[in-house]
Design a protein around this ligand. Structure first.
Ligand code: ADP
Length: 178
């Protein structure tokens, strides 16, 4: 499902963040060390190959709410933007850290003149952020950032599970009816 807002396409789809051909930058729900791990980080590092971690090592550690950009190596993308989401119940206020992840990712994307970006549901896996709370933060942030985007023309949200997909689709419907 997709909508267009302020000439920017916003799409939600079920899928694997490590298999997003046609997208310039994929976002990694990273750990502080930018190391391979479980979930999204595991999928991204195994898709990109060992050179990704070689580059990442030099940039780590990062703090909650921060973002860094690297090449994407063997992934079908140009860049990976690594963000560290908040651990729910620990990095407070969680909504501000989560919002910062999306804002900083957009800002790095703009600096690199990227035209398309794909996000997973940051912090909602191992980091325990309730998905129905996270989705509100995500869309509030996206809506407030849209006017700052010059090069980005396509924002895709890649959800792993069907429940998350429905949460995002409902939110998109809400937005499109104003
Ligand atoms: P965090 O540590 O930030 O919580 P996780 O990687 O544990 O990050 O999970 C974030 C979300 O991404 C969860 O909803 C999880 O189900 C989902 N996810 C896990 N693997 C993938 C993947 N390969 N592609 C897209 N989403 C994924």
């Amino acid at each position: 499902m997709k909508i267009v807002l302020q000439q920017i396409e916003i799409e939600v789809a079920q899928g694997d963040i490590a298999n997003q051909p046609g997208i310039d930058a994929v976002v990694n729900a990273a750990n502080a060390e930018l190391a391979p791990g479980g979930g999204v980080a595991g999928a991204i590092h195994s898709g990109a190959g060992p050179k990704l971690y070689e580059e990442c090592r030099k940039l780590a550690p990062i703090k909650p709410g921060q973002a860094v950009i690297t090449r994407a190596y063997d992934l079908p993308n140009k860049f990976v933007i690594h963000v560290l989401g908040p651990v729910y119940g620990k990095d407070k206020p969680e909504d501000q850290y989560l919002s910062s992840c999306y804002r900083k990712a957009f800002s790095l994307a703009e600096e690199s003149k990227i035209s398309s970006i794909a996000f997973p549901a940051i912090s909602t896996g191992i980091f325990g952020y309730p998905p129905e709370e996270a989705v509100k933060v995500v869309f509030n942030t996206v809506l407030s950032e849209l006017p700052n985007l010059k090069h980005l023309k396509r924002i895709k949200f890649v959800l792993f599970g069907e429940e998350d997909l429905h949460l995002y689709e409902n939110k998109l419907k809400e937005i499109s009816v104003g």
